[in-house]
Each structure stands twice: as C-alpha cells, then as structure tokens.
Design a protein around this ligand. Structure first.
Ligand SMILES: [Zn+2]
Length: 104
C-alpha cells in the first residue's frame, strides 16, 4: 500500500525581463536567438538570447549584431543568416525610397 503526502519544491521561474536594447523592465518580452555555425564549441558558445520590448529595439539589436558579426559567413539572427538580413534591409530601403518617390 502506498500513502501519499504533499511536498513543496522550490522552482526557478522568470521574475522580470529586461530589454537588451533599451533596458526597459517588464513581466514578459519576446526573445531572439543569435549565433553562428563556425568551428566546434565556438558555435555553441556563440548562441545568445536577446530580449526586446518593441520592434524598434528588435531592429536596434539586429543592427548592433550585424555590425559586429557580419564578417562571419554563418552568423544568424532570429533564424536568418545576417547576410540575408543585409539583403532584406537593402530591399526594404529600396521599397521605402520607391514609396516616398511615388507619393511625391
Ligand atoms: Zn526596448
């Protein structure tokens, strides 16, 4: 026969999040995984999670990370290779320029 008793355990849970771009603190924030796929342990150690509070902070983190890691062929930000991000940002600039020109 088994008898049961209640036990309480201490479990570590997230208390607050801090935006890695502007430093704002909140109960919840989205995160983004970054890193690169170069040699061995380096690639595992390169993995980091950044938290962000807004789309502006997301793009600030992206720009900061790109300026540091763009020289790497395999660096990624939020699942996308940085070199592809560079292409996407250039394309977005072209579209924005085109829209402004069309509007005027
Ligand atoms: Zn922020």
């Amino acid at each position: 026969m088994r008898t049961y008793k209640f036990e309480t355990q201490e479990v570590e849970v997230v208390d607050k999040y801090t935006c890695d771009s502007c430093g704002k603190v909140d109960d919840y924030m989205e995160d983004v995984l970054v890193g690169h796929n170069e040699w061995g342990n380096d690639s595992i150690e390169s993995m980091q999670t950044f938290h962000f509070c807004s789309s502006e902070c997301y793009y600030d983190l992206l720009n900061d990370y790109m300026s540091e890691e763009l020289h790497r062929k395999t660096a990624y930000f939020d699942g996308t290779l940085l070199r592809r991000w560079e292409y996407i940002i250039d394309m977005t600039k072209d579209i924005t320029t085109y829209m402004i020109e069309k509007k005027n």
